[in-house]
Design a protein around this ligand. Structure first.
Ligand code: ADP
Ligand code: GLC
Length: 476
Protein backbone atom coordinates (compact mmCIF):
# COMPACT_ATOMS: atom_id res chain seq x y z
CA UNK A 1 0.00 0.00 0.00
CA UNK A 2 1.54 3.29 -1.13
CA UNK A 3 0.64 6.27 1.03
CA UNK A 4 0.40 9.54 -0.87
CA UNK A 5 -0.02 13.05 0.52
CA UNK A 6 -1.78 15.07 -2.20
CA UNK A 7 -1.34 18.79 -1.53
CA UNK A 8 -3.39 21.49 -3.24
CA UNK A 9 -5.26 24.73 -2.76
CA UNK A 10 -8.60 23.38 -4.06
CA UNK A 11 -10.54 20.12 -4.08
CA UNK A 12 -14.10 19.47 -5.21
CA UNK A 13 -16.63 19.40 -3.53
CA UNK A 14 -15.15 21.49 -0.68
CA UNK A 15 -13.55 24.36 -2.57
CA UNK A 16 -13.38 24.96 -6.32
CA UNK A 17 -12.48 27.73 -8.72
CA UNK A 18 -11.49 25.54 -11.68
CA UNK A 19 -10.40 22.20 -13.05
CA UNK A 20 -7.65 21.75 -10.46
CA UNK A 21 -10.34 21.13 -7.85
CA UNK A 22 -12.06 18.48 -9.95
CA UNK A 23 -8.81 16.60 -10.44
CA UNK A 24 -7.61 16.79 -6.83
CA UNK A 25 -11.09 15.74 -5.69
CA UNK A 26 -11.17 12.75 -8.06
CA UNK A 27 -7.65 11.41 -7.48
CA UNK A 28 -8.20 9.54 -4.18
CA UNK A 29 -10.91 7.29 -5.65
CA UNK A 30 -9.00 6.93 -8.91
CA UNK A 31 -5.85 5.82 -7.09
CA UNK A 32 -7.54 3.57 -4.54
CA UNK A 33 -8.21 1.08 -7.35
CA UNK A 34 -4.46 0.76 -7.74
CA UNK A 35 -3.53 0.15 -4.14
CA UNK A 36 -2.73 3.79 -3.33
CA UNK A 37 -4.12 5.50 -0.25
CA UNK A 38 -4.37 9.24 -0.84
CA UNK A 39 -4.59 11.79 1.95
CA UNK A 40 -5.50 15.26 0.69
CA UNK A 41 -4.05 18.32 2.42
CA UNK A 42 -5.97 21.59 1.98
CA UNK A 43 -5.97 24.98 3.70
CA UNK A 44 -8.92 25.23 6.10
CA UNK A 45 -10.71 28.07 4.31
CA UNK A 46 -14.05 29.22 5.75
CA UNK A 47 -15.80 27.02 3.16
CA UNK A 48 -14.39 23.99 4.96
CA UNK A 49 -15.94 25.03 8.28
CA UNK A 50 -18.50 22.25 8.23
CA UNK A 51 -15.88 19.50 7.84
CA UNK A 52 -13.50 21.23 10.24
CA UNK A 53 -15.95 21.71 13.08
CA UNK A 54 -15.29 19.10 15.73
CA UNK A 55 -12.51 17.53 13.66
CA UNK A 56 -9.66 15.87 15.51
CA UNK A 57 -6.53 18.00 16.02
CA UNK A 58 -3.52 15.95 14.98
CA UNK A 59 -0.75 18.54 15.22
CA UNK A 60 -0.06 22.11 16.29
CA UNK A 61 2.50 24.65 15.14
CA UNK A 62 3.19 27.61 17.34
CA UNK A 63 4.92 29.42 14.50
CA UNK A 64 4.25 28.28 10.97
CA UNK A 65 5.61 31.07 8.78
CA UNK A 66 4.66 33.46 11.57
CA UNK A 67 1.18 32.05 12.16
CA UNK A 68 -0.31 29.75 14.76
CA UNK A 69 -1.65 26.67 13.05
CA UNK A 70 -3.35 23.35 13.68
CA UNK A 71 -3.76 20.30 11.55
CA UNK A 72 -7.27 18.84 11.55
CA UNK A 73 -8.25 15.39 10.33
CA UNK A 74 -11.47 14.75 8.42
CA UNK A 75 -12.64 13.09 5.25
CA UNK A 76 -13.38 14.14 1.70
CA UNK A 77 -15.71 11.82 -0.23
CA UNK A 78 -14.78 9.04 2.17
CA UNK A 79 -11.02 9.51 1.84
CA UNK A 80 -8.62 10.97 4.42
CA UNK A 81 -8.40 14.75 4.52
CA UNK A 82 -6.04 16.99 6.47
CA UNK A 83 -6.90 20.65 6.91
CA UNK A 84 -4.33 23.31 7.70
CA UNK A 85 -6.20 25.53 10.12
CA UNK A 86 -4.39 28.86 10.39
CA UNK A 87 -7.01 31.62 10.70
CA UNK A 88 -4.43 34.38 10.25
CA UNK A 89 -3.65 32.98 6.80
CA UNK A 90 -6.80 31.38 5.49
CA UNK A 91 -9.85 32.86 7.24
CA UNK A 92 -10.31 35.54 4.59
CA UNK A 93 -13.19 37.19 2.86
CA UNK A 94 -12.86 37.50 -0.90
CA UNK A 95 -11.30 35.06 -3.32
CA UNK A 96 -8.93 32.21 -2.57
CA UNK A 97 -5.99 33.94 -4.19
CA UNK A 98 -4.53 37.36 -4.88
CA UNK A 99 -3.99 38.39 -1.28
CA UNK A 100 -0.90 40.50 -0.57
CA UNK A 101 0.58 37.76 1.64
CA UNK A 102 -0.04 34.83 -0.70
CA UNK A 103 3.63 33.94 -0.41
CA UNK A 104 3.22 33.43 3.33
CA UNK A 105 -0.11 31.59 3.01
CA UNK A 106 1.16 29.05 0.51
CA UNK A 107 4.67 28.77 1.92
CA UNK A 108 2.88 27.69 5.12
CA UNK A 109 0.96 25.05 3.15
CA UNK A 110 4.24 23.78 1.71
CA UNK A 111 5.97 23.79 5.08
CA UNK A 112 3.12 21.80 6.64
CA UNK A 113 3.27 19.32 3.76
CA UNK A 114 7.01 18.88 4.17
CA UNK A 115 6.60 18.38 7.92
CA UNK A 116 4.03 15.66 7.24
CA UNK A 117 6.31 14.05 4.68
CA UNK A 118 9.43 13.93 6.84
CA UNK A 119 8.41 12.77 10.26
CA UNK A 120 7.59 16.01 12.09
CA UNK A 121 3.95 15.10 12.61
CA UNK A 122 3.78 12.10 14.93
CA UNK A 123 1.95 9.03 13.71
CA UNK A 124 1.88 10.14 10.06
CA UNK A 125 4.02 8.61 7.37
CA UNK A 126 3.88 9.15 3.61
CA UNK A 127 5.79 7.48 0.80
CA UNK A 128 5.01 10.19 -1.75
CA UNK A 129 4.39 13.94 -1.50
CA UNK A 130 2.36 14.93 -4.56
CA UNK A 131 2.22 18.72 -4.98
CA UNK A 132 -0.28 20.39 -7.34
CA UNK A 133 0.56 23.76 -8.89
CA UNK A 134 2.46 26.67 -7.37
CA UNK A 135 0.37 26.85 -4.20
CA UNK A 136 1.75 23.47 -3.10
CA UNK A 137 5.13 23.70 -4.80
CA UNK A 138 7.09 24.79 -1.74
CA UNK A 139 6.41 21.35 -0.25
CA UNK A 140 9.08 19.59 -2.33
CA UNK A 141 11.40 22.61 -1.87
CA UNK A 142 11.17 22.47 1.93
CA UNK A 143 11.69 18.73 1.79
CA UNK A 144 14.81 19.28 -0.26
CA UNK A 145 16.38 22.08 1.79
CA UNK A 146 14.92 21.82 5.29
CA UNK A 147 13.39 18.42 5.95
CA UNK A 148 12.25 17.09 9.30
CA UNK A 149 14.00 14.33 11.24
CA UNK A 150 12.26 11.30 9.72
CA UNK A 151 12.56 9.51 6.40
CA UNK A 152 11.69 11.77 3.50
CA UNK A 153 8.88 11.04 1.06
CA UNK A 154 9.67 11.03 -2.67
CA UNK A 155 8.09 13.93 -4.53
CA UNK A 156 5.92 14.54 -7.59
CA UNK A 157 5.20 18.06 -8.87
CA UNK A 158 2.17 18.31 -11.14
CA UNK A 159 1.74 21.37 -13.33
CA UNK A 160 -1.91 22.09 -14.05
CA UNK A 161 -1.13 25.45 -15.60
CA UNK A 162 2.39 26.81 -16.04
CA UNK A 163 1.05 30.33 -16.52
CA UNK A 164 0.44 30.59 -12.78
CA UNK A 165 3.84 30.48 -11.09
CA UNK A 166 3.72 32.09 -7.66
CA UNK A 167 6.39 34.76 -8.24
CA UNK A 168 7.29 37.04 -5.37
CA UNK A 169 9.78 39.72 -4.43
CA UNK A 170 13.28 38.63 -3.43
CA UNK A 171 12.67 40.17 0.00
CA UNK A 172 10.38 37.30 1.03
CA UNK A 173 13.23 34.81 0.80
CA UNK A 174 14.54 35.81 4.23
CA UNK A 175 11.19 34.88 5.79
CA UNK A 176 10.78 31.46 4.22
CA UNK A 177 13.02 29.75 6.77
CA UNK A 178 15.23 28.20 4.11
CA UNK A 179 19.03 27.90 4.30
CA UNK A 180 21.03 30.46 2.32
CA UNK A 181 22.05 27.83 -0.22
CA UNK A 182 18.43 27.62 -1.40
CA UNK A 183 18.92 31.07 -2.97
CA UNK A 184 20.38 29.62 -6.14
CA UNK A 185 19.67 29.36 -9.84
CA UNK A 186 18.69 25.71 -9.35
CA UNK A 187 16.87 26.55 -6.11
CA UNK A 188 14.10 29.04 -5.35
CA UNK A 189 15.60 32.09 -7.08
CA UNK A 190 13.68 33.01 -10.25
CA UNK A 191 14.55 36.01 -12.42
CA UNK A 192 15.82 37.89 -9.38
CA UNK A 193 12.82 37.07 -7.20
CA UNK A 194 11.37 34.00 -5.51
CA UNK A 195 9.54 31.48 -7.69
CA UNK A 196 7.40 28.89 -5.91
CA UNK A 197 6.57 26.75 -8.95
CA UNK A 198 10.15 27.06 -10.09
CA UNK A 199 11.40 25.86 -6.71
CA UNK A 200 9.05 22.87 -6.81
CA UNK A 201 10.07 21.94 -10.35
CA UNK A 202 13.73 22.01 -9.33
CA UNK A 203 13.19 19.98 -6.18
CA UNK A 204 10.72 17.29 -7.29
CA UNK A 205 11.82 13.76 -8.12
CA UNK A 206 9.27 13.64 -10.94
CA UNK A 207 7.32 16.29 -12.83
CA UNK A 208 4.01 15.68 -14.52
CA UNK A 209 1.61 17.84 -16.50
CA UNK A 210 -1.98 17.04 -17.31
CA UNK A 211 -1.61 15.93 -20.95
CA UNK A 212 1.18 14.56 -23.15
CA UNK A 213 0.83 17.38 -25.70
CA UNK A 214 1.14 20.05 -22.98
CA UNK A 215 4.21 18.24 -21.61
CA UNK A 216 5.79 18.72 -25.03
CA UNK A 217 4.48 22.28 -25.53
CA UNK A 218 5.98 23.68 -22.32
CA UNK A 219 9.46 22.87 -23.58
CA UNK A 220 8.86 25.67 -26.06
CA UNK A 221 9.08 29.40 -25.32
CA UNK A 222 5.57 29.98 -26.63
CA UNK A 223 4.04 27.85 -23.85
CA UNK A 224 6.71 27.57 -21.16
CA UNK A 225 6.13 31.11 -19.82
CA UNK A 226 9.79 31.49 -18.86
CA UNK A 227 10.15 27.99 -17.40
CA UNK A 228 10.89 26.24 -20.72
CA UNK A 229 14.64 26.17 -20.02
CA UNK A 230 14.14 24.39 -16.72
CA UNK A 231 11.62 21.97 -18.23
CA UNK A 232 14.14 21.12 -20.94
CA UNK A 233 16.93 20.53 -18.44
CA UNK A 234 14.69 18.20 -16.43
CA UNK A 235 12.95 16.61 -19.42
CA UNK A 236 14.02 13.07 -18.42
CA UNK A 237 11.65 13.23 -15.43
CA UNK A 238 8.79 15.12 -17.15
CA UNK A 239 5.72 13.23 -18.35
CA UNK A 240 2.13 14.01 -19.31
CA UNK A 241 -0.82 12.15 -17.76
CA UNK A 242 -4.19 13.21 -19.09
CA UNK A 243 -6.98 13.91 -16.57
CA UNK A 244 -10.01 11.69 -16.28
CA UNK A 245 -13.53 12.54 -15.19
CA UNK A 246 -15.29 11.48 -12.03
CA UNK A 247 -18.17 9.22 -13.10
CA UNK A 248 -19.98 9.75 -9.81
CA UNK A 249 -20.36 13.44 -10.68
CA UNK A 250 -20.33 13.58 -14.49
CA UNK A 251 -22.66 10.95 -15.90
CA UNK A 252 -25.76 11.86 -17.97
CA UNK A 253 -27.48 8.65 -16.88
CA UNK A 254 -27.44 9.60 -13.20
CA UNK A 255 -27.01 13.41 -13.16
CA UNK A 256 -29.61 14.93 -10.82
CA UNK A 257 -29.09 18.41 -12.33
CA UNK A 258 -30.70 17.24 -15.58
CA UNK A 259 -34.48 17.43 -16.11
CA UNK A 260 -34.07 14.35 -18.34
CA UNK A 261 -31.32 11.75 -17.94
CA UNK A 262 -30.18 9.83 -20.98
CA UNK A 263 -27.58 7.51 -22.48
CA UNK A 264 -25.91 7.16 -25.88
CA UNK A 265 -28.85 5.02 -26.96
CA UNK A 266 -31.51 7.47 -25.75
CA UNK A 267 -30.16 10.75 -27.11
CA UNK A 268 -33.62 11.99 -27.99
CA UNK A 269 -34.10 12.67 -24.29
CA UNK A 270 -31.66 15.55 -24.58
CA UNK A 271 -34.42 17.60 -26.25
CA UNK A 272 -36.08 18.09 -22.85
CA UNK A 273 -32.84 19.49 -21.46
CA UNK A 274 -32.42 21.69 -24.53
CA UNK A 275 -35.82 23.27 -23.87
CA UNK A 276 -34.67 23.94 -20.30
CA UNK A 277 -31.52 25.63 -21.59
CA UNK A 278 -33.59 27.80 -23.95
CA UNK A 279 -35.76 28.87 -21.04
CA UNK A 280 -32.88 29.63 -18.66
CA UNK A 281 -31.04 31.68 -21.26
CA UNK A 282 -34.11 33.31 -22.82
CA UNK A 283 -33.34 31.81 -26.22
CA UNK A 284 -35.94 31.52 -28.98
CA UNK A 285 -37.14 27.94 -29.09
CA UNK A 286 -35.97 26.12 -32.18
CA UNK A 287 -34.31 23.14 -33.74
CA UNK A 288 -31.03 24.79 -34.72
CA UNK A 289 -27.88 24.11 -32.73
CA UNK A 290 -27.22 25.69 -29.35
CA UNK A 291 -23.57 26.27 -28.59
CA UNK A 292 -22.45 26.66 -25.02
CA UNK A 293 -19.47 28.12 -23.20
CA UNK A 294 -18.71 27.19 -19.58
CA UNK A 295 -15.49 28.96 -18.78
CA UNK A 296 -13.32 31.49 -17.12
CA UNK A 297 -13.60 34.48 -19.45
CA UNK A 298 -9.92 35.08 -20.15
CA UNK A 299 -7.32 35.45 -22.87
CA UNK A 300 -6.09 31.89 -22.21
CA UNK A 301 -9.52 30.58 -23.12
CA UNK A 302 -9.61 32.55 -26.41
CA UNK A 303 -12.75 34.35 -25.27
CA UNK A 304 -11.78 37.60 -27.00
CA UNK A 305 -11.68 35.74 -30.33
CA UNK A 306 -15.01 34.08 -29.65
CA UNK A 307 -16.61 37.47 -28.97
CA UNK A 308 -15.55 38.52 -32.48
CA UNK A 309 -17.19 35.45 -34.03
CA UNK A 310 -20.62 35.79 -32.44
CA UNK A 311 -22.30 37.78 -35.20
CA UNK A 312 -21.26 35.04 -37.64
CA UNK A 313 -22.48 32.31 -35.31
CA UNK A 314 -25.91 33.92 -35.20
CA UNK A 315 -25.96 34.67 -38.95
CA UNK A 316 -25.31 30.97 -39.61
CA UNK A 317 -28.35 30.00 -37.56
CA UNK A 318 -26.58 29.16 -34.31
CA UNK A 319 -27.54 30.20 -30.79
CA UNK A 320 -25.28 30.60 -27.76
CA UNK A 321 -25.80 29.98 -24.04
CA UNK A 322 -22.76 31.25 -22.14
CA UNK A 323 -21.96 30.74 -18.46
CA UNK A 324 -18.78 32.30 -17.16
CA UNK A 325 -17.01 35.07 -15.38
CA UNK A 326 -13.62 36.70 -15.56
CA UNK A 327 -12.16 39.74 -17.28
CA UNK A 328 -14.53 42.69 -17.00
CA UNK A 329 -14.03 43.73 -20.63
CA UNK A 330 -14.92 40.24 -21.86
CA UNK A 331 -17.97 40.05 -19.61
CA UNK A 332 -19.10 43.35 -21.14
CA UNK A 333 -18.43 42.12 -24.68
CA UNK A 334 -20.62 39.05 -24.17
CA UNK A 335 -23.39 41.04 -22.49
CA UNK A 336 -23.29 43.45 -25.44
CA UNK A 337 -23.55 40.52 -27.89
CA UNK A 338 -26.58 39.24 -25.98
CA UNK A 339 -28.17 42.70 -26.20
CA UNK A 340 -27.49 42.79 -29.96
CA UNK A 341 -28.99 39.34 -30.50
CA UNK A 342 -31.91 38.86 -28.13
CA UNK A 343 -33.29 35.34 -28.34
CA UNK A 344 -30.12 34.15 -30.04
CA UNK A 345 -27.45 34.77 -27.41
CA UNK A 346 -28.02 34.34 -23.69
CA UNK A 347 -25.32 35.18 -21.16
CA UNK A 348 -25.10 34.37 -17.46
CA UNK A 349 -22.18 36.01 -15.71
CA UNK A 350 -21.31 34.00 -12.64
CA UNK A 351 -20.34 30.60 -11.36
CA UNK A 352 -23.05 27.96 -11.14
CA UNK A 353 -22.21 24.27 -10.81
CA UNK A 354 -25.74 22.82 -11.46
CA UNK A 355 -26.24 25.13 -14.45
CA UNK A 356 -22.95 23.88 -15.92
CA UNK A 357 -24.39 20.34 -15.81
CA UNK A 358 -27.63 21.42 -17.48
CA UNK A 359 -25.67 23.09 -20.28
CA UNK A 360 -23.61 19.96 -20.93
CA UNK A 361 -26.80 17.91 -20.98
CA UNK A 362 -28.88 20.25 -23.13
CA UNK A 363 -26.67 22.30 -25.46
CA UNK A 364 -25.52 20.71 -28.71
CA UNK A 365 -21.89 21.78 -28.81
CA UNK A 366 -19.36 23.34 -26.43
CA UNK A 367 -16.88 25.95 -27.66
CA UNK A 368 -13.32 25.83 -26.22
CA UNK A 369 -11.03 27.96 -28.41
CA UNK A 370 -8.19 28.08 -25.86
CA UNK A 371 -4.82 29.59 -26.80
CA UNK A 372 -3.32 27.01 -24.49
CA UNK A 373 -5.02 24.33 -22.41
CA UNK A 374 -2.99 22.03 -20.16
CA UNK A 375 -5.77 19.46 -20.15
CA UNK A 376 -9.22 21.01 -20.07
CA UNK A 377 -12.14 19.23 -18.45
CA UNK A 378 -15.18 20.81 -20.08
CA UNK A 379 -14.47 19.03 -23.38
CA UNK A 380 -14.35 15.72 -21.47
CA UNK A 381 -17.69 16.49 -19.82
CA UNK A 382 -19.00 17.50 -23.26
CA UNK A 383 -17.87 14.18 -24.75
CA UNK A 384 -19.52 12.21 -21.96
CA UNK A 385 -22.77 14.20 -22.37
CA UNK A 386 -23.03 14.25 -26.16
CA UNK A 387 -22.35 18.01 -26.17
CA UNK A 388 -19.93 17.99 -29.08
CA UNK A 389 -16.67 19.84 -28.38
CA UNK A 390 -15.35 22.46 -30.79
CA UNK A 391 -11.77 22.98 -29.58
CA UNK A 392 -8.39 24.42 -30.37
CA UNK A 393 -5.75 21.84 -31.27
CA UNK A 394 -3.57 22.43 -28.21
CA UNK A 395 -2.63 20.66 -24.99
CA UNK A 396 -5.21 18.25 -23.62
CA UNK A 397 -7.79 19.42 -26.16
CA UNK A 398 -5.59 17.99 -28.92
CA UNK A 399 -5.17 14.75 -26.96
CA UNK A 400 -8.83 14.07 -26.20
CA UNK A 401 -10.92 15.22 -29.19
CA UNK A 402 -10.80 13.56 -32.63
CA UNK A 403 -11.58 16.02 -35.41
CA UNK A 404 -14.52 15.13 -37.64
CA UNK A 405 -12.52 15.25 -40.85
CA UNK A 406 -13.40 13.00 -43.80
CA UNK A 407 -11.06 10.21 -42.69
CA UNK A 408 -12.26 10.19 -39.09
CA UNK A 409 -15.90 10.26 -40.17
CA UNK A 410 -15.33 7.38 -42.59
CA UNK A 411 -13.52 5.40 -39.88
CA UNK A 412 -16.33 6.13 -37.41
CA UNK A 413 -14.07 7.69 -34.77
CA UNK A 414 -14.79 11.46 -34.96
CA UNK A 415 -15.78 13.05 -31.64
CA UNK A 416 -15.64 16.81 -32.27
CA UNK A 417 -14.17 19.68 -34.24
CA UNK A 418 -10.69 21.13 -33.98
CA UNK A 419 -9.22 24.39 -35.13
CA UNK A 420 -5.54 25.24 -35.56
CA UNK A 421 -4.01 28.58 -34.54
CA UNK A 422 -6.79 30.42 -32.68
CA UNK A 423 -8.10 33.42 -34.63
CA UNK A 424 -11.25 34.88 -36.10
CA UNK A 425 -11.01 32.94 -39.37
CA UNK A 426 -10.17 29.56 -37.87
CA UNK A 427 -12.83 29.76 -35.18
CA UNK A 428 -15.54 31.01 -37.55
CA UNK A 429 -14.65 28.17 -39.89
CA UNK A 430 -14.88 25.58 -37.09
CA UNK A 431 -18.27 26.94 -36.00
CA UNK A 432 -19.48 26.70 -39.61
CA UNK A 433 -18.25 23.09 -39.86
CA UNK A 434 -20.13 22.20 -36.68
CA UNK A 435 -23.33 23.88 -37.92
CA UNK A 436 -23.06 22.04 -41.26
CA UNK A 437 -22.55 18.70 -39.50
CA UNK A 438 -25.48 19.39 -37.19
CA UNK A 439 -27.68 19.74 -40.28
CA UNK A 440 -27.07 16.06 -41.03
CA UNK A 441 -28.68 14.19 -38.12
CA UNK A 442 -26.94 10.90 -38.90
CA UNK A 443 -23.49 12.47 -38.87
CA UNK A 444 -24.24 14.48 -35.74
CA UNK A 445 -25.58 11.51 -33.79
CA UNK A 446 -22.55 9.46 -34.79
CA UNK A 447 -20.17 12.15 -33.52
CA UNK A 448 -22.12 12.42 -30.27
CA UNK A 449 -22.16 8.67 -29.73
CA UNK A 450 -18.48 8.23 -30.50
CA UNK A 451 -17.70 10.72 -27.76
CA UNK A 452 -20.11 9.16 -25.28
CA UNK A 453 -18.59 5.72 -25.84
CA UNK A 454 -15.00 6.82 -25.47
CA UNK A 455 -13.34 6.04 -22.14
CA UNK A 456 -12.40 9.13 -20.13
CA UNK A 457 -12.59 7.44 -16.79
CA UNK A 458 -9.61 7.66 -14.47
CA UNK A 459 -8.76 3.99 -14.95
CA UNK A 460 -5.78 4.46 -17.28
CA UNK A 461 -4.49 7.68 -15.80
CA UNK A 462 -4.88 6.38 -12.25
CA UNK A 463 -2.70 3.45 -13.24
CA UNK A 464 -0.10 5.84 -14.71
CA UNK A 465 0.15 7.83 -11.47
CA UNK A 466 0.33 4.59 -9.48
CA UNK A 467 3.13 3.33 -11.73
CA UNK A 468 4.98 6.61 -11.36
CA UNK A 469 4.74 6.46 -7.56
CA UNK A 470 5.95 2.84 -7.62
CA UNK A 471 8.94 3.74 -9.78
CA UNK A 472 9.92 6.51 -7.34
CA UNK A 473 9.57 4.21 -4.35
CA UNK A 474 11.78 1.73 -6.17
CA UNK A 475 14.51 4.38 -6.44
CA UNK A 476 14.59 5.29 -2.78
P1 ADP B 1 -9.62 25.75 -15.95
O1 ADP B 1 -9.31 24.95 -14.75
O2 ADP B 1 -8.43 26.20 -16.71
O3 ADP B 1 -10.57 26.86 -15.69
P2 ADP B 1 -10.90 23.28 -16.89
O4 ADP B 1 -11.63 22.99 -18.15
O5 ADP B 1 -9.84 22.32 -16.50
O6 ADP B 1 -10.36 24.77 -17.00
O7 ADP B 1 -11.90 23.26 -15.65
C1 ADP B 1 -12.89 24.21 -15.47
C2 ADP B 1 -13.88 23.65 -14.44
O8 ADP B 1 -14.61 24.73 -13.89
C3 ADP B 1 -14.88 22.68 -15.02
O9 ADP B 1 -15.32 21.81 -14.00
C4 ADP B 1 -16.02 23.64 -15.44
O10 ADP B 1 -17.25 22.98 -15.56
C5 ADP B 1 -15.98 24.61 -14.30
N1 ADP B 1 -16.47 25.96 -14.61
C6 ADP B 1 -15.83 26.94 -15.27
N2 ADP B 1 -16.55 28.07 -15.29
C7 ADP B 1 -17.69 27.79 -14.64
C8 ADP B 1 -18.86 28.55 -14.29
N3 ADP B 1 -18.98 29.84 -14.64
N4 ADP B 1 -19.84 27.94 -13.58
C9 ADP B 1 -19.72 26.64 -13.22
N5 ADP B 1 -18.65 25.88 -13.49
C10 ADP B 1 -17.65 26.45 -14.19
C1 GLC C 1 -5.77 23.95 -15.02
C2 GLC C 1 -5.76 23.99 -16.54
C3 GLC C 1 -6.75 23.05 -17.17
C4 GLC C 1 -6.74 21.69 -16.50
C5 GLC C 1 -6.93 21.86 -15.00
C6 GLC C 1 -6.91 20.53 -14.26
O1 GLC C 1 -6.78 24.74 -14.49
O2 GLC C 1 -5.95 25.31 -17.02
O3 GLC C 1 -6.46 22.89 -18.55
O4 GLC C 1 -7.77 20.89 -17.02
O5 GLC C 1 -5.90 22.64 -14.48
O6 GLC C 1 -5.73 19.81 -14.49
Amino acid sequence: MTRVLSVASEAFPLVKTGGLADVVGALPAALAEHGVETTTLLPAYPSLAEVATGAKVVHRWRDLLGAEARLLAGTIAGHPLLMLDAPLLFARIGGLYDHADDWRRFAALGRAAADLASGVVKGRHFDILHAHDWQAAMGPAYLRYAPGPGPRARTVMTVHNIAFQGRFDAAVFAELGLPALAWAVDGVEYYGGVGFLKAGLEAADAITTVSPTYAAEIRDGRFGMGLEGLINVRRAVVSGIVNGIDPAIWNPQTDSALPRRYAATTLAGRAVNKRAVEKKFALDPGDGPIFTVISRLTWQKGMDVLAECLDDLVALGGRLALLGSGDAALEQAFLAAAARHPGRIGVTIGYDEPLSHLLQGGADAILIPSRFEPCGLTQLYGLAYGCVPVVARTGGLADTVIDANEAALAAGVATGFQLGEVGYNSLSHAIRRAIDAYADPAIWAAVQQNGMRADFSWRQSGRRYADLYASLEGQS
